[in-house]
Ligand binder design. Structure first.
Ligand code: UD1
Length: 427
């Protein structure tokens, strides 16, 4: 596995704040779209090529898992070739599962390909309970027998034949929808998935599966109808830009009073975010394939509530909190998806932010100026929020544990320094 950071130990990022931010960024390919596609590739007993793949730790980690199952993965630049013909195992070791949340996507995909799967509870950022009951419910409905392991035992799933059926999701879980799609594509007969997640990454996954020979209809809606059991074939697909990485840069530029032209990710997936930024006083111009934003001085306060798409994305909540820390007035954030996603508030407070948290609501009294100091990243998006806060703070901010950020951002220092930010990795 190629890894440009191999042998190079990065532990922190240093940001010198208040440098003028102005420039253009073409955003990397989407992490949350490519990871389930990599899992879905095992359904095809052959070759799948995915282009525009971001060179991030989560992708390297998923490549490692696929290799350990007998697939062969080659990442050449941003083009990933997965040969799943040699898949010979259906069991994922505990240590691999714990490295990332998306490992759970292999449960439905392996069950579809091998009729058996052994996995452990997935890892990933510690942003809440993140149970998998909805994944299991959907797979059981399609005929899978699931035995949850005790202690150190794996969860074992097996099925003589997956059968098409009707699945009703009580909540539109992204991961559960993706796992159900994989199982339904492999099942015999028709599956109707009601109450699906509608995130743009799910739309991309459906198109990816259809490009491989599957029949998923209703794409973009909350009811998906899947004709299972069709023969799959080798395919090539180009993943779209990462709206969360793009949104991070938009928010960072808005908070720092800068100017940004963002390309590579459509504007549709960020509509909720740009509409809040407009309310806060930023000038935003959008076309289908680009977003231009200009902000001068301090923005005004706003109130947001995270929610399933098209609600405000929970993945940008921490970055928005950083922006609100400097806005004029009192802002509020209601976190409705992940209960532990306010950890970054403590770190923002070290920079001088005034934040009070009561259960799932954060109240942020904006301050005219934040002051740089040493802070710690606790999760991927929280880490990115601290980088954004560093851009808005006077003096130097050092963000420790920046390996979290590498899980999702190909090169955050490259992207932001291209816009004038004074930012660098520290060895
Ligand atoms: C995916 C994204 C993540 C994003 C999240 C919500 C990837 C790799 N990750 O995560 O970046 O923040 O969507 O947009 O795409 N839940 C259950 N039972 C389940 C599954 C989920 O109760 O079986 C709950 C979770 O605890 C959470 C909520 O549903 O409170 C949302 O989770 P889900 O949509 O499944 O997110 P992920 O797929 O883990």
């Amino acid at each position: 596995i190629e890894d440009k950071w191999e042998g190079f130990f990065l532990s922190a990022i240093e940001v010198r704040g208040l440098c003028p931010i102005k420039g253009e960024i073409t955003v990397q390919g989407s992490k949350n779209a490519v990871l389930p596609m990599m899992a879905g590739a095992v359904l095809n007993n052959g070759i799948t090529v995915i282009n525009n793949v971001p060179r991030i730790q989560d992708v390297f980690c998923m490549m490692g898992i696929l290799d350990s199952l007998g697939c062969s993965c080659v990442l050449d630049g941003h083009s990933l070739t997965i040969d799943a013909a040699g898949l010979s195992r259906f069991s994922i070791p505990k240590a691999e599962m714990e490295k990332m949340r998306s490992s759970i996507m292999l449960l439905g995909a392996l069950l579809g390909r091998c009729k058996e799967a052994e996995v452990y509870y997935p890892g990933g950022c510690m942003i809440g309970k993140r149970p998998i009951d909805l994944h299991l419910m959907a797979l059981e409905k399609m005929g899978a027998r699931i035995r949850e392991g005790q202690g150190d035992e794996p969860l074992r799933a097996s099925v003589p034949r997956l059968r098409g059926t009707v699945v009703d999701f009580p909540f539109p879980s992204v991961g559960a929808t993706e796992n159900a799609i994989f199982a339904a594509v492999a099942a015999s007969g028709k599956t109707v998935l009601n109450g699906c997640a509608k995130e743009p990454e799910i739309v991309e996954l459906c198109r990816f599966m259809n490009n491989m020979g599957a029949s998923v209809r209703g794409v973009g809606g909350d009811v998906l109808v899947i004709e299972g059991g069709l023969p799959l074939h080798d395919s090539e697909f180009t993943v779209g830009g990462d709206r969360i990485a793009g949104g991070t840069y938009l928010l960072a530029a808005a908070g720092a009073g800068g100017e940004i032209l963002l390309t590579g990710t459509g504007s549709q997936g960020l509509k909720t975010v740009t509409s809040v930024l407009k309310q806060m006083g930023a000038a935003v111009f959008e076309e289908e394939e680009l977003i231009y934003l200009k902000a001068a001085g301090r923005l005004s306060a706003a109130s947001i509530k995270t929610g399933p798409y098209p609600g405000f994305p929970t993945d940008l909540q921490s970055v928005m909190m950083a922006v609100m820390s400097r806005a004029r007035g009192i802002s509020t954030i209601e976190e409705k998806i992940f209960e532990s996603r306010f950890k970054t508030a403590n770190e923002l407070q070290k920079l001088g932010a005034e934040i009070v948290i009561e259960e799932d609501i954060a109240k942020i009294q904006g301050r005219p100026l934040l002051k740089g100091c040493e802070v710690n990243a606790w999760d991927l998006r929280g880490g990115a929020a601290l980088v954004a806060a560093g851009l808005m703070a006077e003096g130097t901010t050092i963000i420790q544990s920046c390996e979290y950020i590498m899980r999702g951002y190909e090169d955050i220092c490259r992207d932001l320094s291209g816009m004038g930010a004074c930012i660098r990795y520290m060895e």
